[in-house]
Design a protein around this ligand. Structure first.
Ligand SMILES: NC(=O)c1ccc[n+]([C@@H]2O[C@H](COP(=O)([O-])OP(=O)(O)OC[C@H]3O[C@@H](n4cnc5c(N)ncnc54)[C@H](O)[C@@H]3O)[C@@H](O)[C@H]2O)c1
Length: 331
């Protein structure tokens, strides 16, 4: 009998492409579904790619039948917070409604395991800047709400069917494949480490600190930065857990400690050997002073063991990727 496949939605995007590489490296059968609205054909390398939308039931069911899919890893989504504020229905449509349609296809297609890309944005602004999985969810933008609604659908579908899921709430993802094969190519990225590396290679004239008067050790915002390869490994661990009969669960993925914006920029200066042109700007509305994961549960439940918990390592891979992308841009 042909072994089952894993359907990776959004596998032509930043995080999904790293997960695909790790799945393939351990011999899993993988098929990517991506509409290439924000992803890149180059990111998929030689993995089978179906260009289509996750909300398109006919396409999804055909892929499931053709590839004998028993597991779905669902990355496809829109991810830009300010855009979600100005165009909320775009986010509820592509993130929430498409996930509903995908779940319906999963039930029809007999999918057993579902790994979902959720986000720390479901917590909003948690007290003390630390969020555990049982911290009350209170998203403050449509992006976070669109993801939380998907978590709720998953919870209810898992309760009413044989499908089991792991929802992973990512903190601040950064860095790139240490072999330089894939990385984040998103135009107009807003995440600090990528923005600072783009400044180093001359793509941006400066880098901004938004808010330097927070009640944090150096006054700038603190975040839990996680290397994308460690994040990718968490998906493989989640898959093993579900295959081993694990119950549906929700888990934070972060290192459990944070760095301030200034510490990140110092790391970029250290790694690149360049002085950055830093501009101080007022706080941005909706930015929590600190957002760090309580991250014991994923280690306990999945046996997840991060290997790249080092800020300079994250920055080094992010910078190497920016240099590579400048030499050979993706389009
Ligand atoms: N990057 C982060 O720091 C971060 C943090 C928390 C959660 N997440 C979540 O992780 C997932 C992946 O994020 P990313 O940073 O890799 O984003 P990305 O934009 O690089 O990748 C998303 C991919 O999904 C595709 N896509 C979007 N809508 C689609 C649809 N309807 N049908 C088919 N394909 C579609 C895009 O073309 C793109 O390739 C998202 O669900 C995001 O919400 C990301």
């Amino acid at each position: 009998m042909k072994p089952s496949s894993i359907l990776v939605t959004g596998g032509a995007g930043y995080i999904g492409s790293h997960v695909v590489l790790q799945l393939r490296a351990r011999g899993e059968r993988v098929v990517v579904l991506d509409d290439l609205s924000r992803g890149f054909r180059q990111a998929v390398l030689d993995t089978p790619l179906v260009v289509g939308q996750v909300g398109d039931r006919e396409t999804v069911l055909n892929v499931m039948r053709e590839h004998d899919v028993d597991t779905v890893m669902h990355f496809a989504a829109f991810t830009i917070v300010p855009e979600s504020v100005s165009e909320p229905l775009k986010y509820y449509g592509n993130n929430t409604c498409s996930t509903r349609a995908l779940l319906e296809s999963c039930l029809e297609g007999g999918v057993k395991n579902f790994v979902f890309s959720s986000t720390a944005a479901v917590y909003g602004i948690p007290a003390e800047g630390v969020a555990a999985e049982d911290t009350p969810t209170a998203p403050i933008n449509p992006y976070g709400t669109s993801k939380l609604m998907s978590e709720w659908m998953l919870r209810d579908v898992s309760g009413a069917s044989t499908l089991k899921h792991v929802a992973l709430r990512y903190f601040n993802v950064a860095g790139s494949d240490s072999q330089g094969r894939v990385g984040q190519a998103t135009p107009k990225a807003t995440l600090l480490i990528k923005v600072a590396c783009e400044h180093v290679i001359g793509k941006r004239p400066q880098v901004a600190i938004y808010g330097s008067d927070y009640a944090t050790p150096d006054g700038t915002g603190v975040r839990d930065y996680i290397h994308v390869e460690d994040l990718a490994t968490a998906h493989l661990d989640a898959l093993d857990y579900l295959r081993g009969g694990g119950a549906s669960t929700v888990l934070n993925v972060g290192y459990g400690h944070g760095y301030s914006v200034r510490e990140v920029l110092q790391s970029v200066e250290r790694v690149s050997g360049q002085r950055l042109n830093i501009r101080e700007e007022p706080r941005r509305p909706g930015d929590p002073p600190a957002l760090v994961a309580r991250a014991e549960r994923i280690r306990r439940e999945l046996g997840w063991k991060p290997r790249l918990d080092d800020l300079d390592t994250i920055v080094r891979t992010a910078l190497a990727w920016e240099e590579r992308l400048q030499r050979a841009p993706w389009s």
